[in-house]
Write a protein that binds this ligand. Structure first.
Ligand code: PLP
Length: 433
């Protein structure tokens, strides 16, 4: 399979280059030349498959031409080592829990798959790979965990100072070894711009053997489509869901569109955002106006210039009409989100994190006008990752912290503070060689 840039269909590269380069030199994003469809035999028996078996079929559809079957099986089985269970709150109101991995957020799926695919693509090479990643909270932790102690790699994480939760910060800064954290005096969008600037400096990118782990990397999107299929499989046969996706950079939603393309029956998609509502606004008005991100209590979605928007647009052939026929946007305030956390606890004894709460609000709104719908809301992180917000609503010690998160709390934070300045960043990178 070849991959092309969204900015230039004539710029085509192979899998290795698309994954390791991450970003085409023209500042577009890579897309597969043809989008795979799973064959009818799969859709006949998919209700009987396990989660890893679904993953293997999807991975084979995307990467089977380039990666031998046994290697793909190993990559998927090494990735999907935990479940994504569907939990039903009320009639038609389902939550897909994506937080059962090592860092308690859905990003574990993409990061673990990417680390394994990159290791396979660079097998037998002796150059160290530098993985650069900007994070609004959860990406960095997932990527750090996925690559921690992987020989031949080092990971450099950029995160916005003061805009991630204390435990999220520990996940980025307390691992040590081949993981380095940079605390940037700016917003997530600044971090993302710094990463882009390093890639666009071809000379530096080459010298550092630079690769990116942001959701601009296709290797993260494909495994996220596994759980859309796995989620639908957990509904009674014949029920066609509406997926509600709490969104920031829109990687997760793009993965849902890939699942649709693979042949998954989907009634509709809801793009749920906090006040950073660039995409809901576009869906409503047809005007796409990126702007600086503003901080909210669902901080992993504080994105003002979502990087996967160009991929979404490409999947709809650039047509606003086509996109809005499939996706409805909704945005909610922090006050609404806080109220939702309390309501869900009171009604269902369920602790929903602030990101899932934004999705849950959208799901209720959708079902109020589409009462026969079954909504599956992606619960993107475990509530224990956001103790300040959760305890403010539900009371002190209201959330049990899973062991794998609790052990990080006692560790020391190690990070280098840098201004949001591309020149300073490039100098730091050069000196780090
Ligand atoms: C990253 C993240 C999101 C946003 O996902 P995108 O793919 O960037 O849209 C939502 N919730 C949580 C908890 C996240 O970590």
């Amino acid at each position: 399979m070849l991959y092309h840039s969204t900015n230039n269909p004539a710029h085509r590269v192979d899998l290795k280059e698309a994954i390791l380069r991450s970003l085409p030199p023209d500042n577009g994003l890579y897309m597969p030349d043809s989008l795979p469809v799973l064959d009818p035999a799969f859709w006949q028996f998919w209700h009987e498959l396990t989660f890893p078996e679904i993953g293997i079929a999807v991975a084979d559809a995307f990467f089977g031409e380039d990666v031998p079957p046994q290697a793909l099986v190993d990559i998927v089985e090494g990735t999907v080592t935990f479940d994504a269970p569907l939990v039903t709150l009320g009639p038609g109101d389902h939550m897909l829990e994506l937080f059962h991995g090592p860092t308690l957020a859905f990003k574990d799926f993409g990061a673990r798959f990417m680390a394994r695919l990159m290791a396979w693509l660079t097998r037998g090479e002796d150059r160290e790979l530098t993985v650069l990643v900007a994070t609004s909270g959860d990406t960095g932790g997932a990527v750090a965990s996925a690559f921690h102690n992987v020989p031949g790699t080092r990971v450099i994480i950029l995160y916005p100072q003061g805009k991630v939760s204390g435990l999220q910060e520990k996940q980025l800064t307390a691992l040590g070894g081949n993981i380095t954290a940079l605390e940037i005096q700016g917003t997530f969008d600044d971090c993302q711009a710094l990463v882009k600037s390093a890639f666009l400096d071809r000379d530096l990118a080459e010298r550092l053997n630079l690769t990116s782990a942001n959701s601009i990397n296709l290797a993260r999107l494909v495994p996220q489509s596994f759980y859309y299929i796995h989620a639908s499989r957990q509904l009674p046969e014949g029920v066609i869901p509406t997926f509600v996706i709490p969104s920031g950079n829109f990687g997760n939603l793009t993965a849902g569109l890939l699942a649709l393309q693979l042949g998954l029956p989907v009634d509709h998609f809801i793009a749920a955002t906090n006040r950073n509502d660039v995409v809901p606004e576009y869906l409503r008005t047809g005007q796409y106006i990126p702007r600086p991100g503003v901080p909210t209590i669902s901080n992993a979605m504080d994105v003002g210039a979502p990087s996967n928007f160009v991929r979404m647009a490409a999947l709809f052939g650039g047509s606003w009409e086509a996109m809005k026929s499939r996706i409805t946007g909704m945005s909610f305030s922090d006050d609404q989100t806080r109220a939702a956390i309390r309501t869900v606890k009171a009604l269902y004894q369920y602790e929903i994190d602030p990101h899932g709460a934004v999705g849950w609000l959208a799901a209720q709104k959708w079902r109020s006008t589409h009462p026969s719908s079954a909504t599956i809301t992606l619960e993107t992180a475990h509530p224990a990752k956001f103790p300040d917000v959760m305890e403010a609503e539900l009371g002190p010690n209201s959330i049990e912290v899973p062991e794998r998160l609790a052990i990080l709390a006692g560790r020391e934070k190690v990070a280098t503070l840098l201004p949001a300045d591309p020149t300073v960043f490039r100098d730091w990178l050069t000196a780090s060689l």
